[in-house]
Structure formats: structure tokens, C-alpha cells
Design a protein around this ligand. Sequence first.
Ligand code: ZN
Length: 352
Amino acid sequence: MEFGKFRTMQFPREVYVGHSVLETVVQVVNTNLRNGSVMIVTGEKTKDLAGKEVKRLLEQSKLDTNLIRTGAADEDNLETVIEESRYAGAGIIVGVGGGSKIDLGKRAAYELNIPLISVPTSPSHDGIASPRASIKRNGCTLSEDAIMPVAIIADTSVMVKAPFKYLQSGAADVISNETAILDWKLANRLHAEDFSTSAAALSQYASRELIEKAHMILPGVEESVWLVTKQILASGTAMAIASSSRPASGSEHLLAHALQQSSPGTSIHGEQCAMGSVVSMFLHGGDWQSLVNTYSKFGLSIKAKDYSITDTIMINALRTAHAIRPERYTILGESDLSYAVAERALEVTGII
Ligand SMILES: [Zn+2]
């Protein structure tokens, strides 16, 4: 058979991670801005954490800079960001925030065909380094195509000020690569889905690093932020190699998305992924207990009641999660799990 394989990969051009790297934003903007002004997309709290400082640095070096304070990553806010950026003649967007602001920036930059710089203010999930954005449309949050950040500026001295739950969440998002890879291998075996050994190896390296060093994930310690952020970036690179979120998103993420829909505001992404990875590991027949132990080392609960999620919501989320993204084949299969099976899996693992 004739050789016909091909792959496209997109990577950030520059990554700055560590203590006080925020000031590199001037140089990074100057390298990547071809024409037009700079639009900073930030939030109410993240403006004070870093947004204002980014604006001051850029203005100091005489760059025409605008700032928009926005809210959740939904359709309306996205429209506003796009309109204001267009009106201001933005030639580049700097997303400064935890997750939703970067998602809005990423999708707006994609639609406006301009570059985006990602400046995370918390290490809460791996979206800070991926070309996908979670946007809520008609009450449903789905992952959409967006732009790969041209640069990432992850300042650990800024991120350490974010509440500890965001660091726990970011760590869990990476650790849950364990089940994402099992699902990917399953889809490769059963559905002949393309599998990248190098992407899976890197994704697993990231999760294993954090599993091994879980006891070093501590509140208020900048080195802990460094530890987790490095592996978030490695996870992002694995997704870039695969040109897909597959290496870092399987059944645990389907459950996370289902919970996001059925009980919004109760828990954050990584907390949902942690619960998802434990039950998914159980369904795969793997060592789910050691995942529970790992999460407990940095104080992350996998009990639904600790997030005020009722047993019924949890059971139904697990039963129906497969339908969120039917093209993503996982251990959850292609039809609803029975109530009894879902209930048992969640009870055995101690989630409910
Ligand atoms: Zn995730």
C-alpha cells in the first residue's frame, strides 16, 4: 500500500514559565504584533491580579492598548469581545485570566484571525496551552476550535496568589491523563482510531510526574505552582503533537462536561476530572484506589457530596456522559449505562 500518512501540528512559538516572567509581555507583543492595537481580555478579579499590570507595562512602552473586562465564556461575552476588538482595531489579543478569559480570547482571536498570547493567572486546567476553547452556547458548554496561543506567559509569582483549589484542579486535570490514554488505546483497538505513541508517552510522562510528586503540591508554595504548570504545558504539547485533545481527554472529561451541564457552579473542571478519572479507572479494571490516594495527598476530595452534587445527578451524569461527544469513543460506550451499573461503579469507588 502506498504511504499516505500525514499530520499537522501547531505549537506556541514562545513559552515563558516561572518567577516574574510577566514583564516579558512587552517583548512578546512586539515580536508578534504586525499592525493594530493590543486588546487585553481579562476578568474582574484577574484584572487586579495581572491584567492591570500587563496594561501598564504595554502602555509604558508606547503600545496602543485597550482592556476589556468580561465574564463567563459564553456566546454573548464572546460577541462583545469580538466586537470591541474589531472596533479598537486589535492586531493581537492578550488573554489574562484563569480559564474562561483565555477561552474567550482564544476563540475571538480565531474568528478575527489575529494572534493570541495566553497569560494564565491560575494553573487550573490545561486549556492555557491548547488550541481549543470551551464556550457556552444555548446552555451547553462545548469544546470548540480556537487558536493555539502564539506565546504563553505563565508567571508563577502571579499564579501562586490564586486559591489553592485551582492548583489542585490543574494537577487533577493532568493526572486524569491516565484514563484519557486508556480510552484512546481502547478507541484505537475497537474503532481503529489514529493513535500517536509519542503524544501518549508525553501525556503519560506528565501525569506520572505529578503522581510521583503529589505530596509536593502544597498551598501558597510557588514551587508547587511551577511543578504543576510545567506538566500542564507538557500535556498541552502532547495535544499539539496529536492535533487533538485525545491524549488528555477521555471518559473522565466526558463526565466532567456532563457535570458542568447538570450541576453548574458546584465544582470546577479539575475536581470533576478527578471524580471522572477514578470511576473511569474502575470501569477499565485499573488501579483506581491508587488514583484516590494520589488525590488525597494534595487534599483533593473525590466525594460528590463535598461538591454538593447529589447521588442522582452523579449517577445520571455518568450514565449519559457518552452522548456529550458521541464521536469520542471511550469506556463509557455508545449507549447509556444502566442505572445499577453506574450506581455500583460510583459506590464502590466512594464517589457517592
Ligand atoms: Zn481538562
